[in-house]
Design a protein around this ligand. Sequence first.
Ligand SMILES: Nc1ncnc2c1ncn2[C@@H]1O[C@H](COP(=O)(O)OP(=O)(O)OP(=O)(O)O)[C@@H](O)[C@H]1O
Ligand SMILES: [Mg+2]
Length: 378
Amino acid sequence: MTTSAIVPPATLGILGGGQLGRYAVMAAASMGYRTMVLDPDPSAPAGLLAHEHLVAAYDDPDALRRLAFDCDAVTTEFENPPADALDELAATVVVAPSPAAVRVAQDRIAEKRFLVDNGFPVGRFQVLEGDDASIDASLVDLGAIVKTARFGYDGKGQRVVAGVADTVAAWAELGGVACVIEQRLALDTELSVIVGRAASGDVEAWSVAENTHVDGILDVSVVPAAVCDELADRAVGLAMAVADALDYVGVLAVEMFVADGELLVNELAPRPHNSGHWTLDASVTSQYEQQVRAVCGLGLGSPAMTAPAIAMVNLLGDLWEGGDPDWAAILDDPHAKLHLYGKAAARSGRKMGHLTVTAPNTTAAAARALELRAAAAR
Ligand SMILES: Nc1ncnc2c1ncn2[C@@H]1O[C@H](COP(=O)(O)OP(=O)(O)OP(=O)(O)O)[C@@H](O)[C@H]1O
Ligand SMILES: [Mg+2]
């Protein structure tokens, strides 16, 4: 712990009121901190549990003044708070991660440039912005994905394309906003590494997660990833190096592709990550507690696993299609944990909750988690 550590009952502010913020609120509250959430949605999951919920826009001057005045530290649970608002807060209160780090992670173009400039491996890509529509045919003819530079999540703001004409049309469909074109890679698998990094430079990483996406949305994460130790070690080293290069303070997730046996960075999330929900149920320190520790200048907690293997499956709104799901099987299983975020409207593709299962190995954990999710559907 540093001498300037922010200790309970200090107040932690969180920009964003989604499920990641909700767990940060819970972690902070259980340590004795007060919490204040800023989110314009009155029913935001984190707002429902925080000591105070400021229902206002992220750039609302009065709300930012309240945060600056009442909070001892401010963090974020999503990548899109206006960076200028973070700058404003940082003038008077501890803000972590830094506005500069959030700026990089919230813009795919800035993120790619940062990664390339620092020698981190990325797939082939081209930036599309302004009037520059000279699309590299050798890139898009192989099959590519056009992604908006800003505000994409869960595969939103993306178009799969093949060929120049298709790419031009997709870009127009995306509104002609700044985009990147990425080569569509044949993936061996996808990994994520989540690290907690303190202002001192101390860094801790959880075991590598192996992630399966469906329609661009995370579906299943298993930990530890079924990759060789050498690749897992390289993935952890890469994530720590990225955190160092950003002089990052807080919890950072680095999403990675494995293609042709090589690791490539997909994207960075300047916050706890969906693939790290498992840390609530099978780690000495959850990613949310680590966020509080890092941001408040406490020592980092141990990321050691408390079970040999765990699987997490997301519960999307689609599961509610036939009526409220039947949770009985999940609630009856001694090795399963049900998590629901308190969201009222179950829309298709909306993350409503998740469940985890611990088991002797990831194959058994994933099989059981999928079985339990299927059993919940009406
Ligand atoms: N270049 C690519 N080649 C192959 N698959 C890709 C590529 N880009 C994205 N994907 C697939 O789509 C998923 C979502 O992509 P990406 O991470 O860019 O989206 P996102 O909208 O930022 O999602 P989130 O923020 O929820 O992680 C990836 O995890 C991967 O499964
Ligand atoms: Mg992603």
